[in-house]
Design a protein around this ligand. Structure first.
Ligand code: GLN
Length: 494
């Protein structure tokens, strides 16, 4: 029998249905793995009591023959950006010290109704700002993978970010699946770095209610899983219209897993020429070419497409996201939430609290965002960025007249060593080059593990779909997954 901590969502559901193990046993195995994996720092808060209680509830439902949810008894990690009623919620920031929400985010509530069992709150970059999970107040997360060759052999690597704890938990066998959020790549890039599947749904597919806001026009929750089928199952459990979020789309939730027919014959796959960057690492290019060949062999038609405004995407994102974050983070004033550092006057108290409560990256973004929104610069930066954002979205619209799905690499490199790029924010921002355009256009994107780098580290391929067409996207991703047959596991002892 498969080790309990190696199970997928599908495998766990099948095993529970066949009574091979109980939900309590499954939770217990993951709680032990979570404890054994503490050196990775993937969790900010472990909630073993909650996990065991929910697992027992699931076992009782099964014993009584009650109706079961789509993830009944499946243990998951919850990114610590989702508010969870009665459970410490930190956004990995000092400023939210001691914040225990009196409410539950819609997505985590949906997962609970689907029977999922929460193991704990996963570490992340502070307020989800970062690409390496090194900006967390609770310390960096380590990638369960280690390079077997090259300059980083044997060193601790970053798991990617911002959903680095979620990715490490799934890849390290500490959770069957995890929630992530993606504003400019935070689900897809860590999935690529940790050798798992990460799906950013269409903006509006999953409710943002109760998800601590970073950049409201970009933030979107999604599943991080071991397989594409699991991503389909979990998305179904997370998604749905929510009247509490005005940007949540009033759309029915299809049976995503049923879309994985395995048949992609005749599907048109676009290859955007602007993503062939100068200086692209040859192994990333080779992986991309391999992806094209796999889809061609599966019967897809490959077409070149053009996304001419791609080169402006990073610059646009790093205006829009900081601008929105500076507005969203204005609420942390030492009065209503978490940390308060006293001062001689109210202004001093604000300054002390925000000066101490926010880390450097968050402060940098607030400064950039406030600058871009200030009078005199608003038109030059913010309005300009919004216009370019529309051009980027229009590029995709035009491309999707000709193709059904777009294929690109997920990230320009495999996971890098902990400590690298730390002092160079621009080098860090460049990690998002392939993921940010999708986010600006609000489209769904998925990263599928597709191969290993020369140094023995996982590399992901990204597929991008039409708005609200996650079904076709998942179908194509499944074809890549089948062809890649990626079955490598992190050699933690290595
Ligand atoms: N790395 C990007 C950033 O730092 C994306 C983060 C995210 O998607 N939350 O903003």
């Amino acid at each position: 029998m498969t080790k309990l901590t190696d199970l997928t969502i599908r495998g766990a559901l099948d095993g529970l249905a066949a009574k091979e193990f109980s939900a309590a046993e499954l939770a217990e195995a993951h709680i032990q793995a979570m404890e054994a994996g503490r050196d990775l720092n993937a969790f900010i808060t472990e909630t073993p009591e909650i996990a065991l209680e929910r697992a027992r509830e699931s076992d009782n439902r099964r014993a009584k023959g009650d109706a079961l949810g789509a993830m009944d008894g499946v243990p998951i990690a919850m990114k610590d950006l989702f508010c969870t009623e009665g459970v410490l919620t930190t956004a990995a920031s000092h400023i939210l010290d001691g914040f225990t929400p009196p409410y539950e985010s819609t997505v985590s509530a949906n997962l609970r109704s689907a029977g999922a069992v929460m193991l704990g709150k996963a570490n992340l970059d502070e307020f989800a700002m970062g690409s390496a999970n090194i900006t967390s107040y609770y310390g960096p997360v380590k990638n369960p993978w280690k390079a077997t060759d090259g300059k980083d052999a044997g060193k601790d690597l970053v798991p990617g970010g911002s959903s680095g704890g979620s990715a490490a938990a799934v890849s390290g066998g500490m959770a069957v699946a995890a929630t992530g959020t993606d504003t400019g790549g935070s689900i897809r890039q860590p999935a690529s770095f940790c050798g798992i599947v990460g799906l950013k749904p269409t903006y509006g597919r999953c409710s943002r209610w109760g998800v601590i806001a970073f950049a409201s026009s970009l933030d979107q929750a999604g599943p991080m899983t071991k397989t594409v089928e699991d991503a389909a199952i979990m998305l179904g459990a997370m998604a749905g219209h929510d009247p509490k979020d005005s940007t949540s789309a009033p759309m029915a939730v299809p049976d995503f897993a049923a879309a994985l027919s395995g048949d992609v014959k005749g599907l048109k796959i676009g290859i955007p020429k602007e993503y062939r960057m100068d200086g692209m690492d040859p192994e990333i290019q080779a992986l991309w070419d391999q992806g094209v060949n796999w889809l061609k062999a599966a019967g897809c038609e490959i077409k070149d497409v053009s996304l001419p405004h791609t080169k402006y995407a990073l610059a646009t994102y790093y205006i829009v996201a900081p601008a929105e974050c500076s507005a969203n983070l204005a609420r942390y004033d030492g009065v209503r939430y978490g940390l308060r550092i006293p001062g001689d006057s109210l202004d001093d108290m604000y300054m002390n609290t925000r000066g101490e409560g926010f880390g450097h990256e968050v402060q940098r973004r607030i400064l950039i965002g406030t600058y871009a929104l200030s009078s005199g610069y608003y038109d030059a930066y913010y309005i300009k960025a919004q216009k370019v954002r529309t051009l980027i979205a229009n590029d995709f619209k035009a491309a999707f007249e000709d193709v059904d799905v777009i294929l690109t690499p997920t990230a320009p490199t495999p996971a890098f060593a902990l400590g690298e790029k730390q002092e160079d924010p621009v080098a860090m921002y460049l990690n998002d080059v392939f993921t940010v355009p999708t986010s600006l256009a609000g489209l769904p994107g998925i990263s599928v593990p597709a191969g290993l780098s020369k140094s023995g580290l996982p590399l992901g391929l990204q597929l991008i779909g039409r708005a609200f067409d996650e079904e076709t996207l998942l179908r194509a991703a499944h074809a890549v997954e089948l062809a890649a047959a990626f079955n490598h596991k992190p050699g933690r002892e290595g």
